[in-house]
Write a protein that binds this ligand. Structure first.
Ligand code: ZN
Length: 486
């Protein structure tokens, strides 16, 4: 490549990838990838599940795909009226969840996350923003100052300029296998084994291909990573039939340690099932359970994989995650401190946490910010002697008070949740018509009260990634549900 030529538009927005294809079985053996492509794959781990559900529901080169029950959860959320949320911002937060590692992704050549980057807002009246106490700073739009005005002045904190550029070192090269397993580019045992496994003796049996990848292709790849065991082959050789025959791996069961007996963090729900044959019908639950389900959308994929100990049942996501944890930080990851730990266990974005979250995940915290008392508008995360501290507005709180981390959904309220996580406000009429549609007489209803703790919560989360029967899959041992399907 010529170093001095000005890159064309196509070069700026595409990444080229060299691929080795086995001729006999027409399969991608591996791709040789540089930083730009490996950054894209690793960025998948930072995307909140809600962002993933939103991105894969769009057309790209391949048709939209559904992710287990998450897609239904996301869609039913989009239809739920604003009155059911504690604030207007709550619904937006769930539909457009932020990425706690957005600063790493922003500079990437192919960043598919279309979520608006975090901005900082203060009141444009100087007297409001430089008070000794109680001046407000928001990282969401449409929040109010004490004076009643919107916090609408956009400001960049002085020492908050991020320099992160993706995840891996500039000159490192990698091999990416068909199942998205990433490994350093060494012609070693794994490549030789792969050749042997595919019956390849000499270079006559393979061909080299170069593919250009733009953002659209990255969305294709994200879709395939969720529904195929051979995403690179399906992606590069344009085999779409995988979308119809994907079967998640199910061999792994949770072994969860000492966490399940925390009474405080249990959510009580009512499961309605058929008395006659034990079929799962729906769950009746209050806002705490719905908050819990909606919080899935805010969880970064890598954080989910961490909680599931690397086994999500989506085999190539497990491979991608596992291979990342095996990469040498020092040799391959860009030099930021603790980057590998962050990628292995990304947190929710700031202010997206639930105070009563039953899952073992927390939100990234924001640094303290201060307003300069004489220069306006200057804010900084440096606490100079005379700087005035700013209160961070909680977008989930109707009064904007800071430091509460309550839920998204307004309570008290009751909801009906179907097996594929369709959430609707509870109404006797809708229950009756739902039962009519299923041809279930009222006399055949049986109600069971169960408690959802960490273990059940993780099971529901895991099932939501692959199953359209998330609740009955996750809870079947607990309530002896018989399943028609599996
Ligand atoms: Zn004000």
């Amino acid at each position: 490549m010529a170093g001095t030529a000005t890159p064309s538009n196509e070069q700026v927005h595409t990444v080229s990838l060299k691929v080795l294809v086995g001729k006999k079985n027409n399969k991608v053996l591996f791709a040789e990838a540089k930083k730009d492509f490996v950054d894209v794959l690793l960025s998948f781990l930072t995307l909140p599940l809600g962002t993933i559900a939103r991105l894969v529901a769009k057309e790209s080169n391949i048709k939209p795909v559904k992710v287990g029950s998450l897609s239904t959860l996301y869609e039913s959320l989009s239809h739920l009226e604003e009155v059911h949320f504690r604030t207007k911002t709550c619904k937006e937060m769930l539909l457009q969840p932020r990425n706690s590692m957005e600063s790493y992704c922003r500079q990437m050549k192919l960043n598919i996350d279309d979520t608006e980057p975090t901005q900082y807002f203060i009141c444009d009246k100087w007297e409001c923003s430089r008070k000794k106490n109680g001046s407000r700073l928001s990282i969401f739009r449409n929040q109010r100052c004490h004076c009643g005005d919107l916090l609408k002045m956009v400001i960049t904190p002085e020492n908050n300029i991020s320099k992160e550029e993706g995840f891996v070192k500039k000159n490192a090269t990698f091999i990416v296998f068909d199942d998205l397993y990433i490994t350093p580019n060494v012609f070693g045992a794994s490549v030789k084994n792969l050749f042997k496994k595919n019956g390849i003796d000499d270079m006559e049996d393979v061909k080299e291909e170069t593919v250009l990848i733009s953002k659209k292709e990255v969305v294709d790849l994200l879709k395939l990573s969720l529904v195929s065991n051979t995403p690179m082959t399906d992606f590069i050789l344009k085999k779409e039939q995988c979308l119809y025959k994907f079967t998640p791996t199910k061999e792994y069961e949770f072994v969860i340690g000492e966490v399940s007996s925390d009474e405080v963090r249990q959510i009580v729900v009512k499961v309605q099932q058929r008395k006659s044959d034990g079929t799962f019908l729906f769950v009746e639950a209050d806002e705490k359970f719905v908050d819990f389900l909606y919080s899935f959308l805010t969880l970064p994929l890598g954080g989910v994989l961490h909680m599931l100990e690397g086994f999500s049942s989506v085999s190539c996501l497990d491979k991608l995650y596992g291979s990342m944890t095996e990469l040498s930080s020092e040799k391959y990851l860009s030099s930021q401190q603790g980057l590998k730990d962050k990628l292995a266990n990304p947190k929710c974005a700031p202010l997206f946490n639930l105070s009563k979250q039953i899952l073992p995940i927390v939100a990234e915290s924001l640094p303290a910010f201060y307003c300069h008392p004489h220069k306006f508008p200057v804010i900084s995360s440096y606490a100079g002697e005379i700087y005035a501290p700013l209160d961070i507005v909680d977008p989930k709180s109707p009064s904007g008070e800071s430091s509460s981390s309550e839920g998204f959904v307004e309570g008290p309220a009751m909801f009906m949740v179907t097996d594929d996580l369709d959430v609707t406000p509870m109404s006797s009429i809708s229950v009756v018509s739902y039962l009519n549609r299923l041809k279930v007489p009222l006399s055949d209803l049986e109600e069971r009260v169960i408690k959802i703790g960490v273990k059940e919560g993780l099971r529901i989360l895991k099932a939501s990634l692959t199953s359209t029967y998330a609740l009955s899959d996750a809870l079947k041992d607990l309530i002896k549900i018989t399943q028609e399907e599996n």
